[in-house]
Design a protein around this ligand. Structure first.
Ligand SMILES: Nc1nc(=O)c2c([nH]1)NC[C@@H]1CN(c3ccc(C(=O)N[C@@H](CCC(=O)O)C(=O)O)cc3)C=[N+]21
Length: 310
């Protein structure tokens, strides 16, 4: 789903409309849920755990719960006080691991500092790890067992968008991933490698990013620095995926106002790219859609039904 941009008259890139693709994906999920239930299976179940009251996290968690309900999932949210102990959190995870109505368990990150995120992730049953953060799922992705893995939602959503922009396939193309996080950069690189791209992973210590970008047919920016990737870095005709979500001051919108920008200087890059994701409305909505897709996948596995591929 791509359409001509409307904001910048001379830009040539197709806008990869993540919101629209996410709506397509979630419509297919809702239909599949109906199908499951009609055949006597239970609805997919998603449990989201939030520790503390960080307002941004509350917004994200609320959005996930609403979307899950909209799709006919069994959706539960646990909001634990900020001073929750590690053992209490692990006990809740253990109870959800054992709960037959729950397919997916998501612990919202970041956790308060006194909690150990890796210990919590490793406590989740890998078969219920909707985020795809558990080492078992990371490992399955790395060894190419994608059918048995659960894959991190943001890179999975990015790949869906990249495939839409490149109907001829990705094989043999040069891909640059800027960012080496466990959540985005590393799994993104693994997915692109599996698609037979020639993959480069760059990061804050990389020398000469513009030279690396100049070769990239696919560029995924996931560094968390507002508009760091400039338009003149982009190889003409490249597919540009912007994972960044940076809130910057926007005095033009009034005192104290902010706006959301990506890691890519959008207006500049759109002049050269074949296709580009906007921020907001690009990768973000796809992340939530893939979270729902992973939950459905787990439910299908436990029902012994073939899971759709998105
Ligand atoms: N265990 C865990 N799993 C996550 O998947 C996870 C997490 N923790 N912690 C926080 C991050 C962040 N995240 C987002 C998902 C969608 C949007 C999204 O839909 N953004 C909209 C707009 C947002 C806005 O306007 O503020 C967009 O890009 O269009 C944003 C952020 C999931 N996360």
């Amino acid at each position: 789903m791509a359409h001509e941009p409307s904001s910048s008259a001379d830009a040539s890139a197709l806008v990869l409309d993540g919101k629209a693709v996410a709506a397509e994906v979630t419509a297919r999920i809702a239909a599949e849920v109906e199908h499951l239930v009609a055949r006597g299976h239970r609805a997919p179940g998603l449990a989201v755990i939030l520790v503390g009251e960080d307002p941004a996290s509350q917004v994200y968690v609320g959005a996930k719960g609403r979307k899950a309900k909209e799709l006919g999932f069994h959706s539960v949210q646990y909001t634990l006080p900020i001073d929750t102990g590690q053992d209490e959190l692990l006990d809740l995870v253990a109870a959800l691991n054992a709960d037959a109505a729950i397919d997916g368990i998501l612990v919202q990150m970041p956790l308060p500092k006194h909690l150990d995120p890796m210990a919590v992730i490793e406590a989740i049953d890998p078969a219920k790890d909707v985020d795809g953060f558990h080492p078992v799922n990371v490992g399955r992705l790395a060894i190419g067992e994608r059918d048995r893995a659960l894959i991190s939602c943001t890179p999975a959503g990015c790949l869906t968008l990249i495939r839409r922009a490149l109907p001829g396939g990705l094989a043999g193309l040069d891909a640059l991933v800027i960012g080496r996080s466990n959540i985005v950069g590393k799994p993104m690189a693994q997915l692109l490698l599996q698609e037979s791209c020639t993959v480069t992973i760059a990061h804050s210590r990389s020398h000469d990013l513009p030279a690396l970008a100049a070769r990239a047919d696919i560029l995924v920016a996931a560094v968390g620095r507002a508009e760091m990737v400039r338009g003149d870095w982009i190889k003409p005709g490249a597919v540009v995926i912007d994972v960044g979500m940076n809130r910057i001051p926007a005095p033009e919108r009034g005192e104290g106002k902010t706006r959301l920008v990506g890691d890519v200087a959008y207006a500049e890059a759109a002049q050269r790219a074949r296709a580009i994701t906007p921020v907001p409305g690009g990768v973000g909505p796809m992340t939530i859609a893939m979270l729902m897709a992973n939950t459905l996948t787990i439910a299908c596995r436990s029902a012994g039904v073939e899971a759709p591929v998105f």
